[in-house]
Design a protein around this ligand. Sequence first.
Ligand SMILES: *Cc1c(COP(=O)(O)O)cnc(C)c1O
Length: 434
Amino acid sequence: MSIDDIGFATAQIHAGQDRGAAHGSRVVPIHLASGFAFDDFDQARDRFSGADDGYSYTRMGNPTTAAVERKLAALEGGREALLVGSGQAALTVALLGLLRAGDHLVSSRHIYEGSRGLFRENLAGFGIQVSFVDDIDDPDAWRAAARPETRAFFGESIANPRNQVLDIPLVSAVAHESDLPLIVDNTFATPFLHRPLEWGADLVVHSTSKFLSGHGAALGGAVIEGGSFGWSGDAARWPQLDRATHGDRAFFVHLRNTVAGRLGPTIAPFNAFLLQQGIETLSLRVARHSANALEVARWLQEQPEVTSVDYVGLESSPWHATARRLLARGDGSVFAFTVAGGQPAAAALIERLELFSHMSHLGDVRSLIMHPTTTSHARLSDQERAQLGIDPGMLRVSIGIEDAADLIRDLRAGLDAAAAATPAELQNAAIARG
Ligand SMILES: *Cc1c(COP(=O)(O)O)cnc(C)c1O
């Protein structure tokens, strides 16, 4: 079932389903099993050699997980998907499938903080170097960062917290000049708003813990391959890939069997089932998230206590034009805004809110808020935070699917509290500007 032939809403419900399996159960059941018995001696041998592609052990594959993998591959317009236990696990296995000691990655600087830590500390510990690109819209900046040892480019379709949109046609063209794959984290956009593989990316990764699940009840992560990259360049680049046996599936076979299969970040079948339940309503939720976020962002922009709103859906965003070219149906609902009065004002605002949950998560049906300077980005120096555009008065929100009017009323109360915590001279400056 291909996204080219059927609508997104139909695919999110029907793609990947195995009709007739499991006694006709219309919802893919939870195969809560560590392993699967072999019918006979020969079948055991064939499962291990790969001649028979049935199930043997849940770390290598599970029917519930596999159904969700087929669904995700269909929704992203990809060839195949691998589901693992978290978004961080997905990015880790994708990169460890491509990069070995001595290799190099070129990454956007504007990425999820957990991913930056993974690159700077964990990958460095494995002897893998990473260069960061600041101006992601400049093809020469990407070109200049590449080296002979570079094995991949990486970026996020919509980034945190400034809502930069990655110009995938531009970045993938530079990557492909050197026969390198582009990996895109599509967590913020979801395939409902944007399918990176259709714009030139080669691999997509997701934290399925966020919008894809929506319920905020289970972590998960996915890697999806488009299938057109081929891995046919210089054979010395990826000696770990067995192209003679597996052809252009060599990377994915390696990823599933040798990287995820050995490192073992397996998703529990129960969590895969919860993800499946979430995906079935993705289009409804993301359309509503995006509409609510636009309404809230427009309102915030008009408030005197707010000095900036970094939402790509606003015309004031430097990435608005890129978004209109690449994002089909909305702009997602995770963005930042900054209050006059810095950290004391931000703290007062958060403490006053009643509907917004104060927590480190996003893409939930509930609205969420967090203060990056003292949480996700607390380990950075002031200079590094300034380089990423993170102000002490900045708040990161993930707008849920409640009624926008109620969210706005909650934020109005929060802004009143922020104003009360803001020194008079900053308030006057904000009012004069507003
Ligand atoms: C949350 C997130 C991750 C990490 O995913 P987990 O499921 O929390 O491990 C990676 N990238 C982005 C953009 C995220 O929002």
